[in-house]
Write a protein that binds this ligand. Sequence first.
Ligand code: K7E
Ligand code: CUA
Length: 763
Amino acid sequence: MKKFAVKTTALLIAAGLGVGAAGSAFAAESLQDVMKRRNLTQQDLLAAAKTYTPSGGRDEFLAFASGGQSGQMIVYGVPSMRILKYIGVFTPEPWQGYGFDEESKKVLAGGNIDGKSITWGDTHHPAISETNGEYDGQFLFINDKSNPRLAVIDLRDFETKQIVANPIMKSEHGGAFATPNTEYIIEASQYASPLENQKFYPLEQFNEKYRGAVTYWKFDREHGQLKADQSFSLELPPYSQDLSDAGKLDSDGWSFTNSFCTERYVGGIEKGRPPYEAGCSAKDTDYMHVVNWKRAAEIAKDDKNVKIINNHRVIPMEVAIREGILFLIPEPKSPHGVDVTPNGKFIVVSGKLDTHVSVYSFEKIMDAIKNKRFESKDPYGIPVIGMKDALHTQVQLGLGPLHTQFDSKECVAYTSLYVDSMVAKWNFCEGKLLDKIAIHYNIGHLMTMEGDTTKPKGKYLVALNKLSIDRFNPVGPLHPQNHQLIDISNDKMQLLYDMPLPLGEPHYVVGIQADKLKPAIRYKVGTNSRTDQQHEGKVRAGEEKTVREGNQVKVYGTLIRSHITPETIEVEQGDEVTIYLTNLERAQDETHGFTVSTYNVHASVEPGKTISVKFKADKEGVYPYYCTEFCSALHLEMQGYLLVKPKGWKAEEGAQLAAANYTETDYKNTLKKVADTQAVLDQVVAYITSVNYKAYPEVVALMEDATDQLGKMPDAKAKHEAAAAKQDWEQANLWAEQVWQYQVKAADIGLRAKTFLEQKGAK
Ligand code: K7E
Ligand code: CUA
């Protein structure tokens, strides 16, 4: 450590590059100079000042974006638009061992459908758990449109904990949407198919045998799990159900799901008919489904009200009609986006092929239902409420309205206009257009901070654009996605920043006030992070062991800077090997990784976590294993060998490891180095203990780690002294070197603690 620093400085001086000289050359440039050199306007500077986050600064909001066809999620900060994390969800994500250690493989296996593993997903709509209609920052949900699945991510560690497959759908789009207290996560089908999912029915039987559905997944907040046995669905007509939203406040207990292709058009060219796009958009209106989910949840509990399909409780349409829990309302031409206003009084629907947004009044809808004022029934007998009986207002916004989000200012909404490539700001109470801003290009969803809750936070809007065309340096025919940040704190919207997203096409993103999140610093030692339980493979320092039962070899090991215990694993060809590893670190961010050459295993082991990797040692040979995360100065030395011996192999009698022939002088030099380092260490410790370091939990954790490292010193010291007494300079020197290793690691931690305390101005 110290040695490296000295060397680098010496090199710099030798090269004649004083740090001060280089710094002052830049300091001479004024703001005006920079503006001229980089061709920046006053407007640019203002935008920069609104987004720039100085080094070490934090963002006010965090955004969770779906990764579209990447099957993952992307976390970034607002307003800096800095990407903070990719979360592996439906697709293996090697950097965090997702899909390469046993614990995460189990999570992914939860998404198997009919026993088949599906390692990709089309993630669309993230949702944050809510309490009383407000984000509570505890859990995140995301759907997979292609393979109808839903995932749960715990926001304490930003890891995926559960994936469930929908038992009756073949595709789903209208998820995930949380009810105001996260009682249920709503998931609606998209392309109708037979609910039994097992049998073939020809397209000619579409109207009779194909069905849509909406599933209400029960969420058990205490265990952070979706409960399949307490979940239920509502059978729906074979319209293409689209997005959903849960009612809130006044409309709590109800949910709204729109649809397109209520023409029930099928066939297309191969059946001698026009394509789907023509047949599915012929009518002037489609239907919004209005569901009383609170009543439905009660009804679903009674066996006589449900059909059990694939072990799942489904309320048939006739029961829903009989019980008065399902209604339809016409909505204009190929609707998309259904968004309940923060006060819960209105439902905003956009028609992709209409220039209006339609604002429905929940009060009027309830009035029509109460007075049985229906204009007709659909072909399945579902009562249809007349549009005029439900509409509050319609506002002409522009071409291709899609999605709507809300401001902290009362009655203010923002709607994306796909065809116009604009965002419209408007007032949903008075039905008035307020402002428009051009975006680049073809916006899909948009997001305001906590903009789909009962208490939107305003300030920023992110436009999720479908094309970026000329916004970035081209990187081949496929350009990055573009999230554009817009300032909405004033009457006029202002474009602030273009952010390229290089991982899939995010459809939707949710933004939460960052201070609502309370991510953990480390796990309780021995935690299986995917289940939150103590891991069967955990061990403490000194308890490491290898156990063999038949051809099953289980290695119980630990990781701590810069050492993997054990450093040699010997097995026979054909053995089934499981390696459990516990990270014993307490210091913040002190993660180790683990892999074994060519066995396709990898794990990311954060402080306190226990993981396991499993493989069959099917080839004889020598396989290095090592830590994959640069964790300390001697990270590269954090290594070991898996030795796979052919069956029946015997070691040669008296064979020995090669020695380096260290001398007494080497030993003495090492002792000197140890003494010098101790002096540095003493200074650091003196400083830390001279201030109130105990007031800082981060530092207390670091000190525990340092004490751990130093605690190992006496043993190594006794060993080098004993070897020296026997004039075994080889052993003496190496054990003295090991003492120095412990010192270096303690010094590394100590210096980090010291810097931290100095920055915090500890007294
Ligand atoms: Cu409009 Cu899948 Cu939410 Cu895309 S959906 S835009
Ligand atoms: Cu541990 Cu690198």
